[in-house]
Write a protein that binds this ligand. Structure first.
Ligand code: 4NP
Length: 161
């Protein structure tokens, strides 16, 4: 069983979007028994809240549900999750500050590093104060990166056959 945790600032926009997309991709690939997906925030600002309505509306239009409830990332998550996917470089700074050993630090990746078409665009932009178009863009970016991430996990851990 491989566990993935997507992490952004509030855990109400970007990381729930990536989580919902990844759950859908994993189910479509028939890998739900081998890959588990979760998300969390580096802040506690929105703990207990559902995903932002704008993220949920945007995802729903693409056939993806976002059922996650915001929680804060905790240091123990580095033991539970094999991949900790930061949405942007600020999130990665915050995660690295929490990581207490090299094993934990090795588990932190920028989500977009798995999208081979976006090598020079490291961040999933924060849509919170942006208009609706920002949410569509976040969805597209997360969808492309999650496909790349799934391919990577399948290949790296021999889940293909
Ligand atoms: P997220 O977006 O990190 O993608 O969930 C944000 C949500 C809330 C805030 C900022 C970003 N905020 O400032 O409350």
């Amino acid at each position: 069983m491989y566990r993935l945790c997507f992490v952004c600032l509030g855990n109400i926009c970007r990381s729930p979007t990536a989580e919902g997309i990844m759950v859908t991709l994993v189910e479509e690939a028939g890998l739900a028994s081998k890959i588990r997906v979760d998300s969390a925030g580096t802040s506690a600002w929105h703990v207990g809240e559902p995903a932002d309505q704008r993220s949920r509306d945007c995802a729903e239009r693409r056939g993806v549900r976002l059922p996650s409830i915001s929680r804060q990332f905790v240091v123990e998550d580095f033991e539970r999750f094999h991949y900790v996917l930061a949405m942007d470089r600020d999130n990665r700074v915050d995660l690295r500050a929490l990581a207490s050993d090299p094993v934990a630090e090795d588990r932190i990746h920028l989500l977009r590093s798995f999208d081979t078409a976006s090598k020079h665009e490291p961040d999933v932009p924060d849509p919170y104060y942006a208009g609706d178009a920002g949410f569509d863009r976040v969805f597209d970016i997360c969808a492309a990166a999650c496909r790349g991430l799934l391919d990577h996990v399948v290949e790296r851990h021999g889940l293909g056959a």
